[in-house]
Design a protein around this ligand. Structure first.
Ligand SMILES: Nc1ncnc2c1ncn2[C@@H]1O[C@H](COP(=O)(O)OP(=O)(O)OP(=O)(O)O)[C@@H](O)[C@H]1O
Length: 341
């Protein structure tokens, strides 16, 4: 769907040349929610602005739906942009226009008649959950509602791709979650390909299927969200994963567990992927004469399934504990016996 080859952008300033994007290669499949994460200055904004030619590349190519975006002239680019919607951190709404008229704006530019426009705007207002707010002005809306207007406007011309530039960074955590839910809903309902940039791993965890980690204009790591969360290779990726799964209490808790639970076995269970859940725990206590105590841990959900770690104690007769551990090992759960800090 989107194919990016050797994409580079150099900004020439008075003092120096800045290589914001550096020979970047990326393939994004149709219908995917693809997240690009990086710290400030990594080149994310430049990257996403290159995708719809808000910036012109210094080198490289971008193909979207088999169209070479990089070589389009102004007229063709205007048409191509109707297929690429974009939402922004600060919404970029027209403050003197109502919600209805903001959403109608790209339809006016595309030359749609007023009757058709009004119908389409009503559909979009419904889709983003703003029924009854069509005549409000942006200043009368909350941040989350403003972003809903931004999303409706971006979807007005039925784009194939939605670009999200830090779309939830100005919102509080609850509103962030409701906007992320809306993006997942739209992705599923419309089969829309979504490319988003963010500095928050929570956003990646909650809605992305694939993730790329960007540093100094380059992609240093990429893949399926669950794989990257489970087996981060680069230091920068580990830091991002820690934003979500970091456990500052781990060492303290394990020491306490080792001091407190002297009988039976302490196990670390690593849950990975969609079939895993805590049903295993009840299954074990039903099938074996073993008491299972949950001691410490964290399980979280991604679009690619649940993952996380639980520390448990198996108590009972040695033979039964052994059998229970064997059983755990036969499932997709990774097991470590007597884990150490
Ligand atoms: N118009 C510009 N002129 C000169 N340098 C620029 C321009 N835009 C970006 N840069 C530089 O390019 C590099 C990448 O910036 P960019 O804004 O793409 O990063 P970012 O990852 O989006 O960071 P942030 O989240 O802080 O915006 C930075 O060093 C920045 O100073």
């Amino acid at each position: 769907m989107i194919s990016i080859k050797e994409l580079s952008k150099v900004f020439h300033t008075k003092d120096q040349d800045v290589q914001a994007v550096d020979q970047l290669n990326l393939e994004i499949d149709k219908g995917e929610i693809y997240g690009v994460i990086g710290y400030s200055g990594a080149g994310k904004s430049t990257f996403i602005r290159l995708l719809n030619r808000l910036e012109d590349p210094t080198a490289g190519s971008i193909r979207i739906d088999n169209q070479d975006i990089t070589s389009l002239n102004k007229g063709k680019l205007r048409l191509a942009r109707q297929e690429i919607g974009m939402i922004f951190q600060h919404f970029n709404l027209l403050w003197s226009r109502t919600v209805h008229d903001n959403i109608a704006f790209p339809l006016e530019i595309a030359g749609m008649t007023k009757a058709k426009r009004d119908k389409r705007v009503e559909e979009l207002i419904d889709l983003v959950g703003l029924k009854g707010r069509g005549q409000s002005y942006p200043s009368q809306l909350s941040g989350g509602q403003k972003q809903r207007v931004g999303i409706a406007r971006a979807l007005a011309n039925n784009p194939k791709v939605l670009l999200c530039d830090e779309a939830t960074s100005a919102l509080d955590p609850e509103t962030t979650d409701s906007i992320l839910d809306l993006l997942v809903d739209i992705n599923e309902k419309l089969g829309l390909t979504i490319v988003l940039i963010t500095h928050e791993m929570h956003v990646i965890r909650k809605i992305c299927h694939q993730v790329a980690v960007m540093e100094s204009g380059r992609i240093v790591e990429q893949g399926d969200v669950l794989d990257v969360f489970l087996y981060p290779k680069e230091k920068v990726t580990k830091r991002f994963v820690d934003q979500v799964m970091g456990d500052p209490e781990r060492e303290h808790s394990l020491n306490l567990i080792n001091d407190t639970y002297k009988t039976g076995e302490i196990l670390q269970l690593h849950f990975i992927g969609e079939n895993t859940n805590q049903a295993l725990i009840s299954e074990i206590s039903r099938s074996f004469k073993v008491d299972v105590n949950i001691l410490h841990g964290k399980i979280t959900q991604t679009q690619k399934g649940a993952y996380g770690t639980l520390f448990v104690q198996f108590a009972g007769e040695e033979q039964e504990i052994k059998r229970a551990i064997e059983y755990c090992r036969s499932t997709s759960v990774e097991v470590e016996v007597s884990p150490h800090v």
